[in-house]
Design a protein around this ligand. Structure first.
Ligand SMILES: N[C@@H](CCC(=O)N[C@@H](CS)C(=O)NCC(=O)O)C(=O)O
Length: 206
């Protein structure tokens, strides 16, 4: 059985949600990032980059949510978790690429820098995050889901980051009504609730 290495509430939640949406068989293995378990020799043997997620399969290890999620979806085509039409699928991949390469690093700088960013540097990091949330609110999130009417793996991915923003008190309802409605809608899905429960965490209320 495939093994998903995750840390509760961290970005691997996106792949965890994809497994639950697909109704797939998998084993979830917890890696405590605060305890440094991602840097143990055992975990580095799985993923030498020392980050979660990693997915152990019988063909080898996959990394990157943007790769793991469509892989899960492709193995369960009846669940329609990725667009079937090539251009729409490319658009979804573009969104996931943006989330991985642009939104996630901006949030990591603001929220997880060690030592924490402070003063002017924190203001600058917050502005970068708000610019990216504004781009998503005004252009990238078609509504109600990222790709429009079809729920895809991109929605679970976006929700991980808007969840962090809501927890940090920066997902302002007035400024980001679509992103807030999207997060509420995604968190209400039974598969998402199962993934949250499996990680021992709760939906974040507005
Ligand atoms: N682009 C990667 C990002 C992976 C990543 O940075 N994971 C973080 C958690 S959100 C991590 O494991 N950090 C541990 C560390 O940097 O020590 C993905 O989507 O899989």
């Amino acid at each position: 059985m495939v093994k998903l290495y995750y840390s509760p509430g961290a970005c691997a939640l996106a792949s965890h949600i994809a497994f639950e949406e697909a109704g797939a068989d998998y084993e979830a293995v917890k890696i405590d990032l605060k305890a440094g378990e991602q840097k143990t020799p055992e975990y580095l043997a799985v993923n030498p980059a020392g980050v979660t997620p990693a997915l152990e399969t019988d063909q080898g290890v996959l990394t990157e949510n943007a790769v793991i999620m469509p892989w899960i979806a492709d193995r369960h085509p009846e669940k329609n978790l990725v667009p079937a039409e090539p251009f729409a699928r490319a658009r979804m991949n573009a969104f996931n690429g943006w989330a991985a390469a642009s939104l996630h690093p901006a949030l990591s700088r603001l929220m997880f820098s060690r030592p924490p960013v402070e003063g002017d540097a924190k203001e600058a990091a917050l502005k970068v995050v708000n610019d990216k949330l504004t781009l998503a609110e005004q252009h990238l999130l078609k509504g109600p889901f990222v790709m429009g009417d079809q729920y895809t793996v991109a929605d679970g991915y976006l929700s991980v980051f808007t969840r962090w923003c809501r927890q940090a008190g920066i997902l302002d309802e007035g400024r980001y009504p679509k992103l807030n409605a999207h997060l509420d809608q995604v968190q209400a899905r039974p598969a998402v609730q199962r993934a949250l429960k499996a990680q021992g965490i709760e939906p974040v209320g507005g």
